[in-house]
Design a protein around this ligand. Structure first.
Ligand SMILES: [Fe+2]
Length: 189
């Protein structure tokens, strides 16, 4: 039985922000690379990311991750949602996870999404021209080339993957999830 007989064309919303425009870009970027390298692999390729990957909670320990997060929440997030209609009400955004990864030749990420997270992002700490792209596969399909200093932010429900990285140059990223802090559900049931 076909329940939804009406559908419309639309486009996915993926926001791109260039951190190279920031005054302290070099410092944040260098510190992120140093901090990711200092932790090395902590996941043993057991997650969707089949590359060197740090712990899920780097923002708890590293100022560089906190600095990046601050820019994302204060300067990038307001551009994603259209705040021109009605905006207001004090609310809290929390980073439920934030990690680093280094893709070397042969590394990749299998298709997945971050359902349960309102927003997801990737920041490219180091990415040469020949680096593997990120491919969004659902609800629409788009392939985006990474670029050092760029950040992509999207709806956490979008499916995405990274095909095999075939370059000798490492592809270094920070990724994470953001959520509104909502009241404890248990109080209302
Ligand atoms: Fe992801």
């Amino acid at each position: 039985m076909k329940i939804h007989s009406v559908s419309f064309e639309d486009k996915m919303r993926i926001l791109e922000f260039d951190f190279k425009t920031l005054r302290n870009f070099e410092k944040i970027n260098n510190d992120l690379e140093k901090d990711i390298l200092s932790r090395g692999d902590e996941q043993n390729k057991k997650t969707n990311v089949k590359a060197m990957m740090t712990s899920w909670q780097m923002a708890d320990q590293f100022k560089s991750f906190q600095d990046l997060l601050k820019v994302i929440v204060i300067h990038v997030l307001p551009k994603y949602d259209n705040l021109e209609i009605v905006s207001g009400g004090n609310a809290k955004i929390i980073a439920t996870g934030m990690w680093g990864a280094i893709y070397r030749k042969g590394d990749y990420t299998i298709e997945h999404n971050h359902i349960g997270s309102q927003y997801s992002f990737v920041y490219y700490v180091k990415s040469e021209k020949d680096a593997a792209p990120i491919i969004f596969t659902s609800p629409g399909k788009i392939e985006l080339k990474p670029c050092t200093g760029n950040l992509l932010l999207w709806d956490g429900r979008y499916n995405h993957m990274v095909p095999e990285h075939i370059s000798d140059n490492p592809r270094i990223i920070v990724a994470g999830n953001l959520n509104w802090q909502l009241p404890d559900k248990r109080k209302y049931v």
